[in-house]
Design a protein around this ligand. Sequence first.
Ligand code: SF4
Length: 200
Amino acid sequence: MIAFSDLSDDYCNIRDEVASLFSLMDAAYDTVAAEYGFVCSGCVDNCCLTRFHHHTLIEYCYLREGFSALDPESRAAIRYRARAVHAAVAREEAAGRVPHVMCPLNTYGRCVLYAHRPMICRLHGIPHTFDHPMQGKISGPGCHEFDRLCGKTTAQPLDRTRFYREMAVLEQRFRKMSGVTQKIKKTVAEILADAEAGGP
Ligand code: SF4
């Protein structure tokens, strides 16, 4: 478990830069989505049902910051849901099925911590490219709903390269500052289930 409260001083030093980077991602996503004419208004194959793993201490702390600002009842309810989701995902995996369990932050179709959501929640859904340092240019498709609505539209995909690079640089600085070396591979449910009982 990572103790978010122990990291708060170091996190404060980098927090505004993280927020700016996320704002740039959101703006770039909106621009590209508009060029395709894509508006996400929810779907059956909801991306909040996808088990994404998050790998940076930055995203971990940014989500936990948002969580800590909720009232105690909301925190307790989300923590309870997060543990239930974590257990349900483990059951599905043990049965050899791909888990489709709703993220504990999705309430009535809306993300409770939308402003604090991790990077992939901000970038998912529209076609994208990435200049990989070893593998060259990598391209990825949009989601099923994108294909259904805009699959025949031609536009420039979202180039994620700058965002991945800047995130990596910030992560390195934060790791150095904080001294945390532990690798992270956690779902939103696991990050929130980590939250200390009764605390932020
Ligand atoms: S953090 Fe928010 S946007 Fe991301 S999967 Fe959960 S509910 Fe959906």
